[in-house]
Design a protein around this ligand. Structure first.
Ligand SMILES: Nc1ncnc2c1ncn2[C@@H]1O[C@H](COP(=O)(O)OP(=O)(O)OP(=O)(O)O)[C@@H](O)[C@H]1O
Ligand SMILES: [Mg+2]
Length: 462
């Protein structure tokens, strides 16, 4: 029909047909073009094949391989690296033929320094898998470990120089072996937690994260911190009652948190008691230092609301941090935590998360009333210098019972000496003179029982 209306068009199409058929015959006859088209075809086929094989291998990976990514914000990260290092070490030790490493040229060292209160320290090295790809066999399954480090994005406080690179380890194995992942992680966790039973873990702030500080310490029995009779039981009962009332708080929409303030003169056992209490409840301690460089309100807020589970946040010498509201260190550095920022962080966003904050101070009278109002401080207790009774109990603990060797005294003598000491403390107290429990402890360490009592007079101060 189109041809009837437009005869010209028909002739044009005829012309182009003739031209194209001659083009085809030209191309068909030309060997170069033939080869070119051949190559093109092969290329195209290869591209298709390659795309196909990539697609197929992706599909295969998806279907047959499974990956598990652990990043260094997760506690499992350190556990896993330590676990791998442990396996490598134990297999080399037993000279086993099935060494778990095929390739372990990239190692990195992790150094742990433990400083003890007496000034000594120990250093431990652990060789862990460095960034790169490693292989190992676990319960008959091959696993690939890829440790990657992203240095551009750092986590932590750049200003404080505590920034750490973002890292991940990716474990890949056959899909059918995926059930091994939880087993492996549980094994790594058990190894990581090994020796932490009966231990107290202290965390410190590392940028915006909490990290365990040093090696876990041995727990101190609560009874070894001698407070005024009944005081220790009172605090323990309060915290236990709080821990038992999670639902009660939730039902009433009250934020589930409690603040404790222990105040009193230096060396009366505030810090020791908090540590012992944490240990007895199997809680960790997170030490928050408000004067730390680079700690600003937002970080403080983050740290307070992201403390590890089952832990006390401990803020020492709260008076020193805020009695002037703006904090300035000796070198003129001004902390960027503001008083109001701190109050807000203590209030925090209402959440179901449990939070227990312990604060200590030597000068409760210098604290701003806003800080010690209920909700921020719910329980406040004076932990004072030695009372006659406390001095007596500490003395008895020191020289009686299990203690052997030079310090051992017969129970009759012990009683008489304890009476004498108790009287001395009482008399001095009536004259307005006191002694700290720390001073008594130091004195008892240096003296035998009888000498300790006789020479105790010099310890008292107004
Ligand atoms: N009530 C106590 N019972 C047993 N030991 C105590 C007691 N008070 C202090 N000590 C001993 O004295 C030392 C110092 O105690 P601790 O650090 O707990 O005092 P503190 O009240 O926190 O002092 P500061 O206010 O200076 O921080 C510790 O070695 C501790 O064992
Ligand atoms: Mg203290």
């Amino acid at each position: 029909m189109a041809g009837d209306a437009l005869p010209g068009a028909v002739s044009t199409s005829t012309v182009s047909e003739t031209a194209s058929s001659s083009l085809w015959s030209f191309v068909g006859d030309n060997p170069y073009f033939q080869a070119g088209f051949g190559l093109l075809g092969v290329g195209a086929a290869m591209t298709v094949a390659r795309t196909g094989s990539i697609w197929a291998s992706t599909m295969l990976r998806r279907r047959m391989l499974v990956s598990l990514e652990i990043d260094n914000r997760d506690r499992a990260y350190e556990w896993f690296l330590a676990w791998m290092a442990h396996r490598a070490k134990s297999s080399t030790a037993s000279a086993s033929r099935t060494a778990p490493w095929i390739r372990s040229h990239e190692l990195s060292v992790e150094t742990m320094i433990e400083r003890r209160p007496n000034g000594s320290s120990s250093v431990f090295f652990q060789l862990v898998a460095g960034p790169g790809t490693h292989w190992f066999k676990y319960k008959g399954a091959w696993m690939q470990v890829k440790r990657e480090r992203e240095t551009r994005s750092m986590m932590g406080g750049q200003q404080t120089g505590t920034a750490v690179p973002w890292e991940t380890v990716t474990l890949t194995t056959l899909s059918r072996d995926r059930i091994l992942f939880p087993e492996l992680l549980a094994e790594a966790r058990d190894l990581g937690m090994q020796g932490q039973e009966g231990m107290l873990v202290i965390h410190t702030a590392w940028g915006t994260e909490w990290r365990p500080f040093g090696k876990p310490r041995r727990k101190r029995p609560v009874s070894s911190v001698v407070l005024e009779p009944g005081m220790s039981e009172k605090i323990e009962a309060d915290i236990k009652a709080f821990l038992a009332r999670r639902k009660w708080y939730a039902d009433r929409g009250i934020p589930y948190r409690r603040g404790y303030l222990l105040h009193g003169p230096p060396g009366s056992g505030k810090t020791s008691f908090i540590q012992a209490l944490a240990g007895s409840l199997s809680y960790d301690i997170c030490i928050l230092n408000l004067s730390e460089r680079g700690l600003a309100d937002d970080k403080l807020n983050h740290l307070l609301s992201n403390a590890p589970e089952r832990s006390f946040v401990l803020i020492e010498d709260i008076d020193a941090a805020f009695n002037k509201r703006v904090q300035t260190t000796a070198d003129g550095y001004q902390s960027s935590v503001t008083f109001s920022g701190f109050l807000n962080a203590l209030d925090g966003v209402a959440s179901g998360e449990e939070r227990i904050v312990f604060m200590t101070t030597n000068h409760v009278e210098q604290l701003d009333p806003a800080l010690i109002r209920p909700g921020r401080v719910d329980f406040s207790a004076l932990i004072d210098n030695a009372s006659p009774r406390q001095a007596r109990i500490l003395f008895e603990r020191f020289y009686g019972g299990e203690v052997t060797g030079d310090h051992k005294v017969s129970s009759n003598d012990l009683d008489a000496l304890a009476d004498k000491l108790q009287n001395i403390v009482e008399e001095k107290m009536n004259n307005g003179q006191r002694v700290s429990m720390a001073a008594l402890q130091g004195h008892f360490i240096r003296h035998r029982a009888a000498d300790a009592v006789c020479s105790s007079l010099e310890l008292f101060h107004a």
